[in-house]
Write a new protein. Structure first.
Length: 415
């Protein structure tokens, strides 16, 4: 009985190895990538686009196109064979031909397929040590300018990131010629995966369907940068300004100033320092090019520092005035409004431009809804506070009459 049991164990192990190959399938927005890891230290990638008109398609190994080794594929118009062009980019402005790549890709014409709804091109490349791969993908409906690997290509119709788990198990027929035609292709926005890559529910699975693509380490750092600075600039600073504008019209005294100072200086400054360090370090690490987001970020930081210094001067050094308010108080308010207004633009730019640049997944609609509601709510609350200005001035006059209002510091010429 023990010998029979051992036989079945060995038989099941051998049979499972025959029926399965290592690899994974990822699909997103009408494009699928199938990776098959072979025992001869090569990996085959099948790229399938669910569109009747496909000019070129590509993948790159990395989370952003900057410095990612890219393999671009298109059909030779004369014979239908697959043309391969390996390129890289040091910026988002253009691609450079790589004549001697570390890993040379080779076309696998036998796996190519074309029909009225989808097109597939394939290549093989020496395997590396990756177990989990983050790749970028792109495709265009416009063909390159020629059949030469150095032909110029037009901008993509779609792009994004995917994640592949290369130790997943796929049915062995994926390793057969023409097997790519079995891949289920999403025909519209959203994600799907072939049923074969979902047969494993263990610890190695989970990246195949790409319904929720895991963030790369760099994306996590930059996401933290965005979240922390959004809290600082769009929550803490507006709340600090609003409570100062509203509380002084309701509560007599200087309670509003204590809250204003705490929110705008120690709380906001700490968050800004952390967020800025995360952004600067990771941007330098990824060698991201200069952008409008960076420029506005520098301007916002400078304005915040100026505003803090300006506010301190206004509070601690007050020229003696018998009546009225010092004009610099209005300047402080104007700079504050400018900072918050620029912050809304900066957050929108980060979500809409910078995040896609690093291959980040689509921003949830709830985030955009919050941004739209917040950009309306904050100005309305501030305008409501301005409507209460007559009440504020009346309270201040009453406090001065009772001797409860803090006297200004008089600046006198030395004798």
């Amino acid at each position: 009985m023990n010998h029979l049991f051992s036989f079945f164990i060995v038989f099941a192990t051998v049979w499972s190895s025959v029926l399965a190959v290592n690899g994974d399938i990822a699909c997103k927005n009408g494009m699928c990538v199938t990776a098959i890891v072979h025992s001869n230290s090569t990996t085959t990638y099948d790229l399938t686009v669910s569109n009747s008109q496909v000019g070129w398609m590509s993948i790159g190994f990395g989370s952003t196109m900057i410095n990612a080794p890219m393999v671009i594929l298109w059909r030779d118009s004369s014979n239908g064979n697959t043309i391969i062009s390996q390129r890289s980019a040091s910026s988002y402005d253009g691609l450079t031909i790589v004549t001697s790549p570390p890993r040379v890709a080779s076309a696998v014409n036998s796996r190519a397929s074309f029909n009225s709804t989808a097109q597939t091109l394939s290549f093989s490349i020496p395997s590396n040590s990756d177990i989990r791969q983050t790749i970028i993908y792109a495709w265009s409906s416009t063909a390159p300018s020629s059949n030469s690997p150095d032909a110029s290509i037009v901008e993509h119709d779609d792009k994004g990131t995917m994640s592949l788990n290369l130790v997943n198990q796929l049915p062995s027929f994926y390793d057969e010629v023409g097997s790519n035609s079995t891949t289920t292709i999403p025909t519209s926005g959203g994600s799907t995966s072939d049923s074969g890559s979902n047969t494993n529910s263990g610890s190695n699975s989970g990246s195949s369907n790409n319904i929720a693509i895991p963030l790369t380490p760099s994306q996590k750092v930059l996401a933290a940068h965005g979240i922390i600075l959004t809290i600082a600039f769009l929550i803490i600073l507006p709340l600090g300004a609003l409570q100062a504008r509203l509380f002084r019209t309701i509560i007599p005294g200087k309670i509003w100033f204590g809250l204003h100072w705490i929110l705008q200086w120690p709380v906001a400054a700490l968050l800004m320092i952390i967020g800025l360090i995360l952004g600067v370090v990771e941007t330098h690490k990824l060698k991201l090019p200069d952008s409008n987001h960076k420029t506005v970020g520098v301007i916002l930081t400078a304005l915040y520092v100026i505003q803090c210094v300006y506010g301190g001067i206004i509070h601690f050094v007050k020229p003696a005035r018998p009546n009225g308010r010092p004009p610099q108080n209005y300047g402080h308010a104007i700079i504050g409004i400018l900072v918050i207004g620029l912050s809304f633009k900066q957050v929108h730019n980060g979500l809409d431009d910078e995040w896609p640049r690093i291959g980040g997944p689509a921003i949830p609609q709830s985030i955009w809804t919050w941004w739209k509601v917040w950009i309306i709510t904050i100005p309305l609350l501030y305008l409501f506070g301005l409507v209460l200005l007559p009440r504020q001035y009346r309270l201040e006059r009453d406090q001065r009459a009772k001797g409860q209002y803090t006297a200004p510091v008089e600046l006198r010429e030395p004798r």
